[in-house]
Design a protein around this ligand. Structure first.
Ligand code: 9WN
Length: 428
């Protein structure tokens, strides 16, 4: 799969649906390559970081130059040349994504024949990854509380999660004033049932239009953006990646005090600000309404990866994972782990991030469970993931219902991170 999606300069997430390079995909893909082709991982990440903006933001998409590539929104829509901070070449989108790259560097280091070699491999990338974290703390943490916000559902990576419905509803779309656009992602007959809706896309486009009208100035966007959310998944990934960078920085003899301080604050605030004691799980915090969002996805479990919950919190998270929400019922058994609560009215087993199982989320949760010594759960997650891939192929996402009438994978096939993380799970 990975060879198939390698363009000669970067790895696409999938052959045609995603013809450019994506931010967190590249991190997960590097973790797979680390197991058998570390030089390829380094080349892939080096290509991604060519798209880094002058103030450190690592963009969600780095565009390739294949004239046949069809993807919306492409560079002409983003118009990032409006910002003095964006690179002129390669062209990129104007938002970011969960910062998994510090974690990828750690896995690369672990796969090296010896520490010295590993450090030589990752040295050229290290400062760039730290700069991406610095951007997040400097530009996305207005209250200096160690929690960074996302300003577009695409920044979460879990684009149409039901959690985002409430803040998105704040956006009143006037179709006559929305820039004209044409989706490119509905080319197969099932896509309309599986991918985000047109209403979702209108709001995604509305937000991009806001950003480009402000020439991608972070402060100006923040003052006006109706969607500013502190996501437990994004912040948990940030914290795990901080931890990895601090460990690597120590080996490189770097001064890691900033990152250490930021990380302490992040862990503290994940628990103070994002823990919902009434539910016994983490929630996203809506900065505009200043309240915890009432709907919870599997992202609410993810602070486990950063070691944020204490043992009592971890126990409550585990109870939720074991409940019908994620583990199904005797009549409706589930593959671990649905991305959304199966008992909730907004659960949709076929639609993208509103229920289906995604391999990257399983991989993350596997590590979170291992961290807490929950080996039995971690193993179940690992073997469910491998069995899904074995039965249904290297698809993008999977129906979580074991008794689903249509037993196949959804979205694109030949999906890079499904393959890459499978390699890592098998090698573990
Ligand atoms: C928008 C590439 C990306 C993943 C995201 C997934 C999907 C894009 C899209 O594909 O998002 O970024 O066009 O739907 O939601 O997590 O990184 O694989």
């Amino acid at each position: 799969m990975l060879e198939h999606n390698w363009t000669g300069s970067f790895t696409k997430p999938a052959p045609s649906l995603y013809p450019h390079q994506w931010n967190w995909d590249a991190g997960f893909i590097a973790i797979g390559y680390a197991r058998y082709a570390p030089q390829r991982a380094l080349a892939d990440l080096a290509h991604l970081f060519r798209g880094q903006w002058a103030h450190g933001m690592l963009p969600q998409i780095v565009f390739g130059d294949d004239p046949e590539a069809r993807y919306f929104p492409g560079p002409d829509f983003w118009q990032t040349w409006r910002s003095p901070l964006a690179p002129r070449q390669p062209l990129t989108s104007g938002i970011t994504m969960p910062p998994v790259h510090g974690i990828a560097l750690w896995f690369l280091l672990q796969s090296a024949p010896d520490e010295q070699t590993g450090l030589e491999w990752i040295r050229p990338l290290f400062d760039k990854v730290v700069a991406a974290h610095r951007y997040l703390y400097q530009y996305r943490d207005p209250q200096e509380e160690g929690l960074v916000y996302i300003r577009h559902p695409w920044e979460s990576g879990t684009d149409n999660s039901p959690v985002w419905d409430e803040p998105l509803r704040r956006i009143e779309v006037d179709r006559d004033r929305l820039p004209p656009y044409a989706r490119q992602d509905l080319q197969n007959p099932e896509a309309a049932r599986h991918r985000p809706t047109d209403d979702d896309y209108d709001r995604y486009v509305w937000l991009v239009d806001l950003f480009r009208r402000h020439d991608y100035d972070d402060k100006a966007i923040e003052a006006e953006c109706p969607f500013l959310v502190q996501d437990p998944l994004f912040n948990a990934i940030l914290a795990w990646a901080n931890e990895c960078l601090v460990a690597i920085g120590g080996m490189l003899g770097e001064d890691m005090r900033d990152l250490l301080e930021w990380n302490e604050l992040t862990i503290f605030s994940i628990n103070r600000q994002l823990w919902d004691p009434t539910q016994g799980r983490y929630a996203a915090h809506d900065l505009v309404a200043d309240r915890l969002l009432p709907t919870h996805s599997s992202s609410a479990l993810m602070p486990l990866i950063a070691g944020a919950p204490d043992m009592d919190q971890a126990r409550q998270l585990l109870e939720w994972l074991d409940s019908a929400a994620f583990s199904g019922t005797p009549d409706e058994p589930a593959w671990l782990c649905p991305t959304f609560d199966m008992q909730h009215p907004d659960f949709d087993p076929e639609r993208y991030w509103r229920g289906p199982v995604w391999v990257n989320m399983n991989w993350l949760l596997y590590h979170g469970l291992q961290r807490y010594g929950l080996g039995r759960h971690a193993r179940r997650l690992k073997y469910d993931t491998i069995e899904l891939l074995e039965r249904f192929g290297f698809c993008e996402y999977f129906d979580p219902r074991k008794n689903a009438p249509v037993q196949k994978g959804y979205g694109t096939d030949h999906f890079s991170w499904s393959a890459a993380l499978c390699i890592d799970l098998l090698a573990m």
